[in-house]
Design a protein around this ligand. Structure first.
Ligand SMILES: [Mg+2]
Length: 122
């Protein structure tokens, strides 16, 4: 089977390495960006290059919701999974209504990530 290509957008190096560890069972190719602008710059070269995007909410330079809106305006088709410690239902609903495929709360376990990926990819 083709390797899943994932772009992980998060300002936390710890989250990047924890995700890598969680995803080891499915051995995806994971690229990283440390804020929304860096991700947009990377994606503007090949917008739909990834199978799935993980998007943190709180980041310097450009946060998750702003990044998501700009990527939608650019025509992004890739499913986006929001990953955030924000757990208020209004925050979650705001992003689901905006069109994110899944919303995963921090902290999470490997089982949760793998299940959410299945759901995000249909
Ligand atoms: Mg963050």
């Amino acid at each position: 089977m083709k390797k899943l290509k994932i772009l992980s957008i998060d300002d936390s190096k710890a989250i990047h390495s924890y995700l890598k560890q969680c995803l080891a069972p499915i051995d995806p190719q994971i690229d990283h960006a440390f804020n929304g602008q860096e991700a947009i710059d990377k994606l503007s070269l090949d917008l739909n290059a990834y199978d799935l995007i993980f998007l943190d909410w709180e980041m310097p330079v450009k946060d998750g919701p702003t990044t998501f809106r700009e990527l939608q305006e650019m025509g992004l088709k890739t499913p986006v999974m929001m990953i955030s410690s924000k757990s208020h239902p209004d925050d979650i609903m705001q992003m689901l209504e905006a069109g994110v495929a899944e919303y995963m709360m921090k902290p999470f376990t490997a089982d949760i990530v793998l299940e959410k990926i299945k759901q995000a990819l249909g």
